[in-house]
Write a protein that binds this ligand. Sequence first.
Ligand code: ADP
Ligand code: MG
Length: 630
Amino acid sequence: MRKKQFKAESKKLLDLMINSIYTHREIFLRELISNASDAIDKLYFLSLTDDGVGLNREDFEIRLDLNEAEKTFVISDNGIGMTEDELENNLGTIARSGSSLFKNENGDAEDIDIIGQFGVGFYSAFMVSKKIVVETKAYGSDTALRWTSEGVDGYTIEPVAKENVGTTITLYLKDDDEEEKYSEYATEFKVRNLVKKYSDYIRYPIRMDVSRVRPVENGEEGETETVIETETLNSMIPLWRKNKSEITKEEYQQFYQDKFYDYTEPLKIIHSKTEGLATYDALLYIPGRAPYDYYTKDYEKGLALYASGVLITDKCGDLLPDYYSFVKGLVDSADLSLNISREMLQHDRQLQFIAKAIDKKITSELTTMLKKDRETYEKFFSIFGVQLKFGVYDEFGVHKDELKDLLLFYSSTEKKPVTLKEYRDRMPEEQEKIYYACGSSTEKIDLLPQTDAAKAKGYEILYLTDNIDEFVLQILLEYEGKRFVNVSADDAGLVSEEEQAAVKDENEAAKDMLDYMKDVIGEDIKGVRFTHKLKKHAVCLTSEGKISLEMERVLKSMPTDSNVKAEIYLDINADHPVTAKLKAAYAEDKEALADYARILYAQARLIGGMSVDDPVALTEMICSLIAQDK
Ligand code: ADP
Ligand code: MG
């Protein structure tokens, strides 16, 4: 029989498993039981539409057989089994759930961590075994197969006699050492405890023959006998069906870890039982960190869907709106027909109803968190806030009313994230607009000259640091009657009418000079103007119209071709000493003025966080100014 090799990355994981210093070796039991339960789920699901299966719900079981003397642990299921191809693909390759991640984070330093943090599935059995034998017969197949492996060396597959459909896995336990008593995994006591700890809610009975000492019936006083009885080790009541009061935080957490392979504590657990138009139990988790692939296109949203306790699909995307795609969990409803096909789900009215209710539930839980547990909410928002913002922006803003009060933006005066409502409630009476400014970090925005005028009036400014932020505010348009406006926009309303009139006169008086400067700078800008809105700085860029500079930058960075252009003006502080210098140069030395114009424009770009087109030319101009020694 030819020995086959494990696929490369599987080999590596296997190696880690075998030589692991990971201390929770006992989780192998949970992994094997969960696989058995999955396999039964699959066959049971088939049995609903396929009479050929010939098994009823109560016929399905997982059996454990222990042999203390031989130090073996056997787990059998009458689930769907595996074909030869499946054996090759499933057990010859690293578990799919962990595989992509393993490839991504293949750094050796993290190796041990990977084992601790993610479901490693079948291979975890190698943490406790020196040899593993899998005998399996797939549903619909008339031959059975035996897969044998002693670890990294590879595995063999050969035919075997096996009557019933399903899978039997035998672990030949490692010899005990100082660190671990592997032989315990062949003892009733240990195994019973582990099943209770990790697999109590598995919906199929996990049965084991146990020996009991009992008094002999009609026997002598004190006479006992040992009998073998089959015991069901698990309660089989799914966690979500139990009453909230009966569930500990640890159980909720354990369930989350087992099911979603996330070992960080969830930020929020939502367990709700709903009766009425739709009857369902929902158990939802808001993760404490974004899944590693969350912001990639590989990420698939969805909740597991059960119909009366039977798994219909692992991921029903229709149950969650995109803006809550980070939520993990499940829904179990008695209203859904069991043999509904996965394709039909989409059109199921009952399901749409449940989805709506879940959407509302999540919104109200987040709202409560925001009110009652600000710290956790801020953490939540720092992880998933961008998703909520996408939600506001998406579909032309149809969800904006549901989401707008969940948004947080950094406040210039509070120095922390605030809600729009908080900003609105604090606004002084004469303030007519809600001000915001954009940049790559709150520190950088704080230095922007464009913020001077609003600050001088004592107005709060929202600092927008995410690319999407300004688009979000534009979709929202206003909050409780106050429009959002970029501090650097022309219509920010931060300059008094007298000042505006004065500036208009100054601009007209210096029109020739300003036009000259504009011509030097070129098509990038619409014009050069004087302003009184700057306090300290000499120049800044101001945009007019709907598209701000930041929006232009974001749109340009997107793969789709974008021709939108912000209408930009170079604003010069009329009270700044450079202004006199410019006027003098216009009268005496136009070439110098041209250089000044270029330098000022470059400065305004740099202050605004943009790059300059020709840094070399700019540097040379500045050097020649220094060299002039004036
Ligand atoms: P995962 O369960 O995350 O897919 P595992 O390593 O636990 O990863 O299992 C790999 C695959 O092997 C499973 O997806 C399943 O297809 C198959 N498998 C494992 N155990 C069984 C079993 N008892 N019966 C049928 N198939 C199984
Ligand atoms: Mg598994």
